[in-house]
Ligand binder design. Structure first.
Ligand SMILES: Nc1nc2c(ncn2[C@@H]2O[C@H](COP(=O)(O)OP(=O)(O)OP(=O)(O)O)[C@@H](O)[C@H]2O)c(=O)[nH]1
Ligand SMILES: [Mg+2]
Length: 254
């Protein structure tokens, strides 16, 4: 095992989970190896086998804490809850990543370095997919990218859907208090747009993403797509309403 890179406990690793009981233990083990940071798992009404795994994980390390929500309300709710808990625990930033093993945990120190370099920036994972990615995900992603580029009149947000991000809590908490961005998968793209509008520098960090064979997806092709479409319609309308001020946004923020 390689020694975990020691970092200040002001950066927390946040993992939202729903029913990814077969992959979460490996993800947490690799996180503990990669960085010396608190790990907060927000479980959102997962099934009994996942709960069983989670109950054991807290015993693996004092750095791991599981917060349980019931019933299931969505990834957006879990992320918002995690932001608040991290802030209450003294964090300034969270790095959030998925429980399904798709993200490259070895890149965590790169996210930490990006926070160190620019603490007020939103650092978005820019996925580098291999052949395991389902085609439909690539097409859906491309649609989301174009909508977000229109909403922001910029290419600042490269990939609005990647669940691997470093988020400054000074940026996130006011946004989640004042904005209604939705409770499920639409939260992350909405958050990226509104953070850009709020003037946050947005950086994109390349990171490998691979789909494991037989992996469980909670992305509901119909309902989550409709939720996103509704949010995008709302954001586009707002963007049009504020077009004059957006066009005069200082170039260095783009
Ligand atoms: N807390 C919580 N986490 C969720 C919920 N839905 C999904 N997640 C977690 O969010 C992350 C991403 O969920 P996935 O099911 O992989 O969905 P996805 O990444 O959008 O879809 P794929 O591209 O098919 O993997 C994982 O860590 C899930 O466990 C939810 O309702 N509540
Ligand atoms: Mg996934």
């Amino acid at each position: 095992m390689t020694a975990a890179r020691e970092i200040d406990a002001t950066i927390w690793i946040l993992i939202p989970i729903f029913n990814h009981g077969t992959t979460i233990a490996g993800v947490v083990r690799r996180v503990l190896e990669a960085v010396d940071a608190p790990v907060l798992i927000v479980d959102d009404g997962s099934d009994a086998p996942t709960r069983e795994v989670l109950s054991k994980l807290e015993a693996v390390s004092t750095r791991v804490r599981v917060h349980r929500l019931e019933p299931n309300r969505g990834k957006g709710v879990a992320l918002r809850t995690g932001f608040r808990l991290a802030r209450d625990g003294g964090a300034t930033h969270v790095i959030h990543l998925d429980a399904d093993g798709q993200h490259e945990i070895g890149d965590l120190p790169r996210f930490v370095a990006a926070i160190d370099a620019e603490p007020n920036a939103l650092i978005l994972g820019k996925p580098v997919f291999d052949a395991s990615v389902p085609r439909v995900r690539l097409y859906g992603r491309q649609f989301s990218r174009v909508v977000v580029w229109l909403c922001t009149l910029s290419f600042a947000v490269d990939d609005p859907l990647c669940g691997y991000r470093a988020v400054p809590l000074d940026l996130a908490l006011p946004i989640v208090e004042r904005e209604t961005l939705g409770d499920r998968m639409q939260f992350e793209p909405g958050f990226a747009v509104v953070a850009y509008w709020a003037g946050a520098p947005v950086r994109n960090l390349e990171t490998r993403v691979r789909y494991l064979p037989g992996g469980l997806s909670n992305f509901d092709g119909l309902r989550d797509t409709l939720r996103m479409a509704r949010l995008y319609a709302r954001l586009l309308a707002r963007s049009l309403a504020h077009l004059p001020s957006r066009l005069t946004r200082p170039a260095e923020l783009a």
